[in-house]
Design a protein around this ligand. Sequence first.
Ligand code: DX5
Ligand code: ZN
Length: 216
Amino acid sequence: MAMLAPSVLSANFAHLEQDCRDALEGGAKLLHYDVMDGHFVPNISFGIPVLKSIHKAMPDAFFDVHLMITDPIDYVHAFADAGASLINFHVESNSDAQKTLDAIKAEGCKTGMTIKPATPAEEVFPYLDQLDLVLVMSVEPGFGGQKFMADMLDKVRALAAERERRGLNFLIEIDGGINEHTGAQATAAGVDILVAGSTAFAVPDVKAACQTLSNL
Ligand code: DX5
Ligand code: ZN
């Protein structure tokens, strides 16, 4: 069974706190927070002040922050300060990967590196011993509601094999197009954390949807 990280991107922002509470009551273990800058990806979502508000309302929740931004290193401190528990940044971003990891660790946050669909899993291999999590994108980052790319599961298997080979402990997370069917496929391939946006929040009953997705 994988842990569920509902993506706040698909929540109703008019009642964000209630949606997040319903998701956690439904069994979600983390809240996935998608930050988009309109530059690294062709969309803009939300940023530091919104995280600060939800963190203040729910100080015990685990905030898994996914930075889809060109220069993540410049914003590590601000997101950590706003309440990020873990900071995920893209290996394809402009920031130096080692310096960004050092900055995240210096803030006391957990570390995550993310790979886009066209990026081989091997790109993060040099950093695996410093990572708490690797995030495999199963859609092109930028928008919720896209179709799951099943061939990304090969990268999940490669990461799981490398983790085993080196005796490491990082978690493998997958993001994009997760529903009951694709979530079960991902779990079978070795995924530890399922991110789900539209199937967790863009539904009539958030708690019930999260209960279902938490049991995959
Ligand atoms: C995509 C984001 C995802 C997205 C997932 O750029 O990183 O977290 O919200 O949404 P669904 O689950 O609808 O594909
Ligand atoms: Zn995401």
